[in-house]
Every structure is written in structure tokens, then in C-alpha cells.
Design a binder for this molecule. Structure first.
Ligand code: GRF
Length: 199
């Protein structure tokens, strides 16, 4: 499975995926390309340092679809079959989603369907939930709403700030995303309605 990763920032989830593939935890997978839409994304340097091919595709006044056409072209050049969003801070257009239908994963720092969108950790604290966590899901046209591959739970403490909760969740993200990627690359699942069922 040839994998492309899209990032906008520090890329810690990307590193978790790169390391899992390097260490043989994801059967028959290769990270073919890391694409950043931000020139300053630390993740791009981290990928380069690990010997991974990277590309910078800035939006620069183009429409979302024009920008995505260039990303898709780069992914195609590397024969990418599965796309992992790892802190990619733009919504994908229906055009992109159609190109990779059922072959896009995302990680979100809450127990979806609770707290989709931005600032999920702050939303969780303000709502007063006692547990939150992270979710790896397939991407469809809905905001953080596609079929769920895996979730991990963390407690929310009374004294938590959004940053403290984010750090606790992030540690679980780094385990959840490689685990989900391994399942998807193994092909040992099927999507039944909204449910991702292990075979
Ligand atoms: C993570 O919290 C992820 O769940 C969210 O954006 C953040 C990205 O962090 N989608 P990193 O760039 O992977 O370190």
C-alpha cells in the first residue's frame, strides 16, 4: 500500500505513522509522499530528516479545488493509494474525496461524534465531559463524520486546561493512528453502513 500523508503543522502523528511503517508494524506499506500546505510546517523537515519524499503545495490565492488538483497530481505521480490526514488544517472538497473515495483517513482529538471541528479539547472541557479521547475515521463529505476505525479514551481532570488535555490525548493518538493504519492496510475490515467491522 502506497501512502500519502497531508500535514499543515508539527507532524507528530505523521512521525508516529512513519515510525510504525519503518518498524514493520504496518504490513506491506510504504510512505510514498508527505505533502504540506504550509511552508513553515515543522513536519515537513521532520519527514525530510527521515528520508521521506516531501512536497510543498501552497494554496496562494487559488480556489480549494485548484489547490487540491495539484496535490492530487503529486499523489498520483507517487502512485498513492491511501491518504492519511495528520493535522491537515483544511477541509477537503468533494472533488478530492471522490478521487480517493474510501481511501482517506483522518485523526481527530475527541470521541466522535462529540466535538467535531476546531478546538475539540476546549469543547470537551467546556461541555464538562469526564472522558474524551481520539478517533481515527474514514473521511467523507461530512465534517469529522465518516465511519470510525478506532478510538481511544482518556480521562478529563477537573484541573485540565485545553493544552493539558490535548497532550494526554496526543499520546493516545500516536498509538491509535498506526493501529488504524495497520488494520486498513491489512484489508481485514469491511464498511457496513457507518460501521467499520473487522473480518
Ligand atoms: C492532532 O491533535 C490531530 O488530532 C489533529 O491535529 C493535531 C495534529 O498534531 N487533527 P500533529 O501535527 O500530528 O502533531
Amino acid at each position: 500500500m502506497r501512502i500519502g500523508i497531508l500535514i499543515s503543522g508539527r507532524g507528530s502523528n505523521m512521525v508516529a505513522l512513519l515510525d510504525a511503517v519503518r518498524d514493520g508494524h504496518v504490513y506491506d506499506a510504504e510512505i510514498a509522499l508527505v505533502v504540506s500546505d504550509q511552508p513553515s510546517a515543522a513536519g515537513r523537515m521532520r519527514a525530510r530528516d527521515k528520508g521521506i519524499r516531501t512536497a510543498l503545495v501552497e494554496r496562494k490565492g487559488r480556489t480549494r479545488e485548484e489547490h487540491e488538483r495539484e496535490i492530487i497530481q503529486k499523489l498520483r505521480e507517487q502512485r498513492v493509494e491511501l491518504v492519511c490526514l495528520a493535522g491537515y488544517m483544511r477541509l477537503l472538497s468533494p472533488y478530492f474525496i471522490e478521487e480517493f473515495r474510501g481511501r482517506i483517513l483522518n485523526i481527530h482529538p475527541s470521541l466522535l461524534p462529540a466535538f467535531p471541528g476546531l478546538d475539540a479539547q476546549r469543547q470537551a472541557i467546556e461541555h464538562g465531559v469526564k472522558y474524551s479521547g481520539c478517533t481515527v475515521h474514514f473521511v467523507d463529505e461530512t465534517l469529522d463524520g465518516g465511519p470510525i476505525v478506532t478510538q481511544r479514551v482518556v480521562p478529563v481532570h477537573d484541573s485540565d486546561t485545553p493544552d493539558a488535555l490535548a497532550a494526554r490525548i496526543l499520546a493516545e493518538e500516536h498509538a491509535a493512528y498506526p493501529e488504524a493504519l495497520a488494520l486498513v492496510c491489512s484489508g481485514r475490515y469491511e464498511v457496513v453502513g457507518r460501521r467499520v467491522v473487522r473480518k
